[in-house]
Design a protein around this ligand. Sequence first.
Ligand code: UTP
Length: 481
Amino acid sequence: MSGIGHSGAGSLESRRAAALERLRPVGQDHVLAFWDTLGADARESLLAQVESLPMDVIDREARAIRAGAASAESVPAGLEPAPVLRRRDIDTGHWSAAGARVIGAGRVACFTVAGGQGTRLGWDGPKGIFPATPLAAKPLFQVFAEGIAAARARFGAMVRWYIMTSPLNHAQTHDFLAAHSWFGLGAGTVTLIPQGTLPSLSRDGRILMASPSAVAVNPDGHGGAVRALRDSGALDQMRREGIDTLSMFQVDNPLVRVVDPLFIGLHAEHPSSSAEASSKVVPKRNAAEKVGVFCASGGRTMVVEYSDLPAGLASSTSPDGSLRFSAGSIAIHAFGVPFLERIAAGARALPLHHAAKKVPHVGIPDGRMVEPASPNAVKLETFIFDAVPLALRALVLETDRAEEFAPIKNAEGEDSPASSRTAQLDRAARWLESRGSRVARDASGALRCEIEISPLTACDASEIPASRIPREVSAGERILL
Ligand code: UTP
């Protein structure tokens, strides 16, 4: 018995020595500071974590942090607004029919990135569980599931659903969906894919420890989707099943049209698309709105984060007074599966960005927990929109914010549950009005009734069955269609 114990300890010791050899040259050996206080299991799990750390990447980013670089990427010179397609310039019927054929052939799957931490909302649990709709209080996941079920029925084809989780919320997400019977989609057609993590670093580039035996980590950003889709076997599954298009959206937007035939048709067949990376945008509300902007440089389309867009460009206007750089990203994309395979094959092709965050951690050497009141750490993450410039031709479609974008990001104010609720009610009322209903409004045009329309009933105004359209919705009425 003791022999086994010794040989186990011996191998732990040699692994510890190897770990130190990786950590020491890059000034991170404090990760093993509590080694002497740890039991065998804790030592084992700490070593496993250290062995999986991409030390070269961490060292490069730690140096950049110490050098004061805000981000691994700098904005290229000569930025122009990206070319944008507008509905009025295209034959929407033609492209929607093209998209319907692509979806009907079973070539499309949905992909929701839901691995974020949702710290701004302050909701305890995966954001997809958040009750989002105005009357039925349906969780976000249910809204998307209903959209997918509606697409399957309407186009007569399987539409799989892939959901990216993080190791921090995977189990809760799985349990929630399982407890709700996968909202009727069929367990085998919904696949959860946990994304990778990266260590959180202090502001002087040191790896932070969540406990004496665990490195503090954060999900590696929605750009982690590329690797996660490959490593989980999802891309292989799609290839086997003839799925060549991913309709991608974020977990926080209940107005998203999860499978939009117009967008899919343009992505798949329009001459300005290479069927690799397409995106929807909305006109920015004003120069200061905090959304990424689609720009072009050297023949490539790219998203420049609001914090990186030089102020002079952000506020520059065209002769008619409109913003030049107004194509605001709403994080709705269509990606070609072969394209994702190609970029997944390039190791860490997406650049790492740095975000200031509050990260609780243990102090070294005292081992006391530190609960920071203000951002004390740098989170490393990749962004999926950094895939856009890697496409041969990236299509950008302008859409209507009021129809498709009302995210729930903040606890209050803009992009909050309250603002999203208002946008959902407004859209439902507009849809009914466009089909001839009289909807109660006050003199200022504000709604005096509440209407919610399930994606199972309609994914746009034209889909509402005539038999369900009320002639009138009176003041105080609440109707659920
Ligand atoms: P956000 O930028 O809103 O980040 O993510 P967040 O982490 O959810 O929220 P905050 O900043 O802490 O408040 C946009 C989308 O990308 C997903 C989120 O789940 C959301 O759908 N995401 C973000 C991931 O899937 N993984 C990540 O690592 C980060």
